[in-house]
Structures are given as structure tokens and as C-alpha cells.
Design a protein around this ligand. Structure first.
Ligand code: MF3
Ligand code: CO
Ligand code: CO
Length: 251
């Protein structure tokens, strides 16, 4: 690795570790009866305590520190006084800005007992992200990532959201390239050593289509089917990639 990306990788790993630590903290307290505002508060405080900023807060007018997206919410759910109940599934998406660099990650949480269908959707979504991460290395194409996710997800009878994508990240929260979670092998930009971007597939049990609610943020499935998402921030190396948002608790 050249000296140039060494600093970017090191700083992203620190920011990513804080973001991931916030999710670990949330996993300790999440249960039926808690509100998404309480989750937002834990995320805000954990990141603040680590002398970092919550990048979503006031980002393009977003009012909270993290995104909380339950059940048929695809992404960008706004924390509120909504109380979680047993059977809900929830994506929490946190982004830490530390020392000028961003780390962006999200996970699914199961509230109490969830349906077998919900379990399956979560497993398929996690597997889709991990399969994509496993093929990333210098010289492959962005389309290889999309194609890997889409083939697997559709073979499991689920669908890939097309309205939102992964993104380059660094000193800027969202930058080029767009990392689509669907597409054709061998197409799109070539991935190069040193690139840092997110992979964050949103997967639906039903149709892939989404719509955004009147709050201007909350994206939901058009058919009201369940949706899940996981997100990691990664850095491309010659022979693979480094995951900067690994949990100390899970992989
Ligand atoms: N963290 C989200 C992502 O993965 C972006 C959230 S932007 C916000 O890219 F404004 F909705 F917070
Ligand atoms: Co992201
Ligand atoms: Co995110």
C-alpha cells in the first residue's frame, strides 16, 4: 500500500470503529418498549464520548444523529417517539466523523421474537453484503459487486432496491463512485487499490420499488413488504479489501 492511502485507511478505520462501537452499544439496550429516539440518543452520546461527530445530524437538513428504519422502512427512517415491539425488525445506520474522516455502517436488530420470514430476509441481506465484500480487490469492476448481490438475492426469492446505493466515502460523507447493488459483471468503473466505499444492500421480501414519505426522508417499500439492510465501509487492497466497520462482537 502506498503512503497516500495509508493515512486514509488508518483514519477511516478509527471513524469506522467508533460507528461500529455505537451499534454494539445499541445492541446491549435494544428491546421491546424502547423508542427509536432512545436509540438515537445512545448513538449520539457514544459518538460524542469518542470525540467524534454524528455525520447524519443536520446533513442536508436531516434532524437526528442516526437513521432508524423499522419493518417496511427501506432506509433513512427518522428516530422518533415510536416504540419498538416484539416482532419488529430494525435497521440502525450510524456514521461517525472523526478527525476529518467518515465511517458508515448499519446493522439489523431483531426485537424480541421475529417471524421466520423476517429472519430469512435478514440472513439473506447479511450474506449478500458479505459475498460482495469477499470478491472486492484491485482490478474488478463495480458491476461485479452489483451482479454478485443481485444474483444471490434473487435466487433466494428477494429483491434488490435500486433507488439507493453504496458510495465513495472519506473526508466527504457521500462521494463518487455510486456503488449499485444490482448490475452486470464486467461493467462500470474499475475498482482500484486505495479506494474507500460502502457496500450497503437494501433487500426486500416483495417488490424492489420504494417511495419516500412526506417527511422527505423515510423511504418505504411501495408494497409494504419487509426490507432489510447491512452496511460496511471498506478499503480496496491489491488482493482483497479491509473492512473498517467490523464489530468487536460479530464479524
Ligand atoms: N448513513 C446513510 C448512508 O448509508 C446516509 C444517511 S444520510 C441521512 O449513506 F441524512 F439520512 F442521515
Ligand atoms: Co452509506
Ligand atoms: Co449508512
Amino acid at each position: 500500500m502506498t503512503k497516500d492511502f495509508k493515512e486514509a485507511f488508518e483514519k477511516t478505520k478509527i471513524a469506522g470503529g467508533i460507528a461500529s462501537g455505537a451499534l454494539d452499544e445499541i445492541s446491549k439496550i435494544i428491546r421491546p418498549g424502547i423508542s427509536t429516539d432512545e436509540i438515537d440518543k445512545i448513538s449520539y452520546e457514544y459518538i460524542n464520548d469518542h470525540k467524534a461527530f454524528s455525520a447524519p445530524l443536520f446533513y442536508r437538513g436531516f434532524p437526528k444523529s442516526c437513521c432508524t428504519s423499522p419493518n417496511h422502512v427501506v432506509c433513512h427512517g427518522v428516530p422518533s417517539n415510536k416504540i419498538l415491539k416484539s416482532g419488529d425488525i430494525l435497521n440502525v445506520d450510524v456514521t461517525a466523523l472523526k478527525d476529518g474522516w467518515h465511517g458508515d455502517t448499519s446493522r439489523m436488530f431483531k426485537i424480541g421474537e421475529v417471524s421466520i420470514k423476517a429472519e430469512k430476509l435478514i440472513d439473506v441481506t447479511y450474506e449478500a453484503m458479505m459475498k460482495a465484500i469477499s470478491i472486492v480487490k484491485h482490478g474488478i469492476f463495480l458491476g461485479d459487486i452489483g451482479s454478485t448481490i443481485q444474483k444471490y438475492v434473487e435466487s433466494e426469492g428477494c429483491s434488490v432496491v435500486q433507488d439507493f446505493c453504496g458510495h465513495g466515502i472519506g473526508e466527504t460523507f457521500h462521494k463518487e463512485p455510486n456503488v449499485l447493488h444490482y448490475g452486470e459483471k464486467g461493467t462500470g468503473e474499475k475498482i482500484r487499490e486505495g479506494m474507500i466505499f460502502t457496500i450497503e444492500p437494501m433487500i426486500n421480501l416483495g417488490n424492489y420499488e420504494t417511495k419516500t414519505l412526506n417527511d422527505g426522508w423515510t423511504a418505504v417499500t411501495k408494497d409494504k413488504s419487509l426490507s432489510a439492510q447491512f452496511e460496511h465501509t471498506i478499503g480496496v487492497t491489491k488482493n482483497g479489501c479491509e473492512v473498517f466497520t467490523k464489530s468487536n462482537k460479530i464479524d
